[in-house]
Structures are given as C-alpha cells and as structure tokens.
Design a protein around this ligand. Structure first.
Ligand SMILES: NC(=O)c1ccc[n+]([C@@H]2O[C@H](COP(=O)([O-])OP(=O)(O)OC[C@H]3O[C@@H](n4cnc5c(N)ncnc54)[C@H](OP(=O)(O)O)[C@@H]3O)[C@@H](O)[C@H]2O)c1
Length: 325
C-alpha cells in the first residue's frame, strides 16, 4: 500500500521506513530535509509540517493510504496533518507516556487514565492535544502509541549511548546506589517500528502504552549488560541518592535513565497489557544494547536534534563524587 511516514530520517522514523519497505509498501517520507535522507527505497518529500500548505504541496496528488506519524511535536503539525490526511485508511501516531496528566510520577494503570487537557505548549500537553485533534478527524482509523523509553541503533539522544561510552572507557563509574535494583522497561525502536506498520495495516485503533513489560530488566541489569557488551573493566561506584542530589546531579540528564527512588517506583510502573495483547514485541534487552553499541562503533553518529543537549555526568561532578569531596 502507499504508506507515508511523517518523519523517517531519524531514529524511530528510519526504522518505520525500513519495516514498511520490507513489508512491501510504497513508502514516502515527509521531513524538512534537515536531518538527512531516509533509507534507500523511500521517496523523500520535503516540507515543514508546521506550514499549513507544505504537506498537500509535497504530496502533489500522491495519496497515501496509511500513515505512521513519528514527528509530531506541535499542535499546528497535528492540525495540518488532520486536514491533509483525513481520508487515509489508517493513521498510527507516536505519542508518549507524557501525554498522561499523571506521568510522571505515575503509575499508569491503563490507557483510560486521563491525558493532559491544557493550553500549555510543553511536550506532554502537546502530544495529548495532537491525539485529540487526530482522533476527531480519523475516529476508529486512529491509533496512538504512547511510547515509553525507546532505545536502539540510530538513537540521536544518546541516553543509553552515554552509558555505553562511559562504561566502555572503564575505571570507576558513578552509579546510583538505590537505583540498581529498580525495575525498568524499554522498547526497541525496531520492535516499535515494525509493530506500528503492522498496526496500521491491520486497522488497530485506540490508545496503547507502547513500551516493554514492567520489570523486563532493572537499571543495574541494564548497566551490567552494557559492561558485558562493551567488554570494559568498569567498576561500579555506588553513590547514595542523597549525595547525588546534594552534589547537583540531575536525574535523567546527568545520569541518563536514572530517576530518584521517589519517582522511579511509580514512573516505571506502567500497565502494558494492551500492548502485549496487540503483539508489541519485546526483544531481549541484551540485543538492543549490543546492536546500539555496534551501531555507535561502526556509523557516523548523528548530532542530537536542536535544543536536545547531549546527556551525561559532567567531568567535574564525576571527579567530585569519586573523590568524595
Ligand atoms: N526517544 C524516546 O525515548 C521517546 C519516548 C517517547 C516518545 N517518543 C516519541 O517518539 C518519536 C521519535 O521519533 P524519531 O526518533 O523518528 O524522531 P523525532 O526527533 O521525533 O523526529 C524527527 C524527524 O521528524 C522530522 N521533522 C522534525 N521537525 C519537522 C517539521 N517541522 N516538519 C517536518 N518534519 C520534521 C525530522 O527531519 P528534518 O529534521 O529533516 O525535518 C526527522 O525525520 C517522537 O515523536 C517522540 O516524541 C520518543
């Protein structure tokens, strides 16, 4: 079928293009042309989705039957897509757990939990508003995948990537003492991408918490796997949470994927029963980590998107924490 990917040159979108081509679709992508080209075999349509006339102009009579939308970050982008693509047979939208008003801190018991309904232009409210605009236009032809933590090759945010680089460098590595046993969950971009394509093909609809099963690994298990995969001599230096916070270590950004215990217990507690019922795969964490490391070693690393600084523990903070002063 004719399948349009909104996005398609970055991380998740690239994997959607690859999955759609492998499944025999005629694929076009729609991007500004800033982040490079889509995988070979897809037709690259160029335009800014914040511009109301750009998408119809770029389509130029080519009418997609299916849409996978990985790139929506503004209310205008959702409104323009709803207008231009109202007649498609299926539309799969990549949203976020942040669309829930109560996440973080969570927990999320199921997809019926309330989403944001405010005029704020921050990430969660915008994703929730985009869902509402698109479901109003598409009804039962609309599926929203509220993604959790997405990992895998081509990830330009380098959250798992920072840990891989740091652990590969070896020596004493600051880790959050109370965080190591914390159950976490993630979804491999390739699993999510293939499932999104299958979902629009099959006409699935409604909301789905699109992440791995709660407790599929722990934070410590993830770090141990990074050490196995990179083969370094890294030694964990557990630092109590109170010390990390007092020193100014920022959750998620300085120690990527780490949340202080207060938030972590509920934020990682997301019910994914519907995702499992609808067949969202969850490959072994080791495969995601090993393939991410191979990609980082063998490919030119893309810049993070504008406004998304590289994560990681600043060297001076690391030194202070390791020397106890
Ligand atoms: N990473 C996570 O852990 C996580 C978790 C939850 C949800 N999500 C969601 O998952 C999705 C990730 O998608 P992604 O990795 O493929 O990348 P993304 O960073 O959301 O989107 C980037 C793609 O969109 C295009 N794009 C950006 N702005 C555009 C505009 N104004 N008009 C047209 N195209 C535009 C980019 O190409 P150009 O720059 O060339 O335009 C690129 O192809 C996002 O929707 C994100 O919110 C991610």
């Amino acid at each position: 079928m004719r399948l349009l990917v909104l996005g398609g040159t970055h991380f998740l979108g690239r994997h959607v293009v690859t999955a759609a081509l492998e499944r025999g679709h005629e694929v076009a992508t729609f991007t500004r042309g800033v982040s490079g080209a889509p995988p070979a075999g897809a037709r690259a349509l160029i335009g800014d989705r914040d511009d109301p006339v750009a998408l119809p102009a770029a389509l130029d009579g080519w009418s997609p039957e299916l849409v996978v939308d990985t790139s929506c970050q503004t209310r205008a982008a959702a409104e323009h897509a709803a207008t231009a693509l109202a007649d498609v047979a299926g539309y799969a939208f990549v949203s976020s757990l942040n669309a829930y008003r109560n996440w973080p801190p969570g927990p999320i018991a199921g997809e019926q939990e309330p989403t944001w309904d405010s005029d704020e232009d921050s990430y969660g409210p915008v994703k929730a508003a985009a869902e509402r605009v698109l479901v109003a236009a598409l009804g039962e032809r609309f599926l929203t995948a509220r993604a959790g933590l997405v990992v895998g090759p081509h990830d330009p945010l380098y959250r798992l990537g920072w840990w891989l680089d740091r652990i590969a460098a070896g020596g004493r590595v600051v880790v959050p003492a109370e965080g190591l046993d914390q159950p976490i969950a993630l979804v491999d971009a390739r699993d999510l991408a293939g499932w999104l394509v299958e979902s629009v093909e099959q006409g699935r609809s409604g909301a789905v918490n699109a992440t791995g099963p709660a407790g599929m690994t722990t934070f410590g298990g993830l770090l141990d796997t990074c050490r196995d995969v990179t083969g370094g001599d890294a030694e964990w230096m557990p630092v109590p949470e109170a010390e990390l916070l007092a020193a100014g270590v920022q959750e998620w950004s300085h120690l990527p994927l780490w949340l202080a215990a207060r938030t972590a217990r509920t934020a990682w507690d997301v019910d994914t029963t519907r995702a499992r019922e609808l067949g969202l795969p969850s490959r072994p964490v080791r495969d995601s980590i090993a393939d991410s490391w191979t990609w980082m070693q063998t490919s030119e690393r893309p810049e993070p998107p504008a406004g998304r600084p590289l994560p990681g523990l600043p060297l001076d903070l690391e030194r202070t924490l390791l020397t106890g002063g």
